[in-house]
Design a protein around this ligand. Structure first.
Ligand code: GRF
Length: 189
């Protein structure tokens, strides 16, 4: 059976783009839907470029009315990929997709995770802490922020003079290099 991915993203979507690119010609795995809570998210433009349909939703549709879940079921989505998605997955979705939701976090969990630790906040916290390395963590998603089973980590160095933007750039490189491949491995299991 072909696997059908929905990607949730709230912002730029550069990871979503790498994932769409990776699976464009894939025989068994297809990105069929981009979902965003942000009508201005650049990920929606990227979806158009790849001819992938997209849907924008609000908190009520996501957490209360079950509309987003119905879209997923209607599209026969088999796997959910979070790529810079800012809201916590409601338990209604997590329960229907056990071990079928994956996320990437831009640091080496369990450090620098949890509520409020997203985007530039993570890289600023890493810089402020004086850590000598940071990286990425690819993990399964449960009902708590950043606490699902860790599937993969990769690290990079943090130099004393690196700005948080420079740290972010190094981390993004790791994300592009590993996330699409790790998604493919996870789906193949
Ligand atoms: C990435 O660093 C990802 O790890 C984090 O949010 C960022 C999203 O970047 N969860 P983009 O939207 O994929 O460019």
């Amino acid at each position: 059976m072909r696997s059908r991915i929905a990607i949730f993203a709230s912002g730029s979507g550069s990871n979503a783009e790498q994932i769409m690119l990776h699976f464009k010609q894939h025989a068994q795995i297809e990105v069929v839907l981009i979902l965003s809570n942000n009508v201005n998210a650049f990920v929606l433009e990227r979806a158009k470029k790849f001819n992938v349909p997209s849907q924008v939703f609000n908190r009520q549709q996501f957490k209360e009315t079950g509309e987003v879940l119905n879209w997923l079921l209607g599209e026969k989505i088999t796997h959910i990929v979070l790529a810079g998605f800012m809201w916590l997955m409601p338990s209604s979705i997590v329960q229907i997709y056990p071990n079928k939701i994956i996320n990437i976090h831009p640091a080496l969990l369990p450090k620098f995770g949890g509520k409020g630790m997203f985007g530039h906040h993570v890289h600023e916290a890493v810089k402020a802490s004086g850590e000598k390395e940071t990286g990425i963590t690819i993990h399964l998603v449960n009902e708590k922020y950043d606490e699902g089973k860790i599937l993969f980590q990769a690290s990079c160095t943090v130099e004393k003079n690196d700005s948080s933007d420079q740290i972010a750039a190094k981390v993004h490189e790791l994300e592009y290099k590993y996330y699409p491949d790790q998604i493919e491995k996870w789906i193949g299991k």
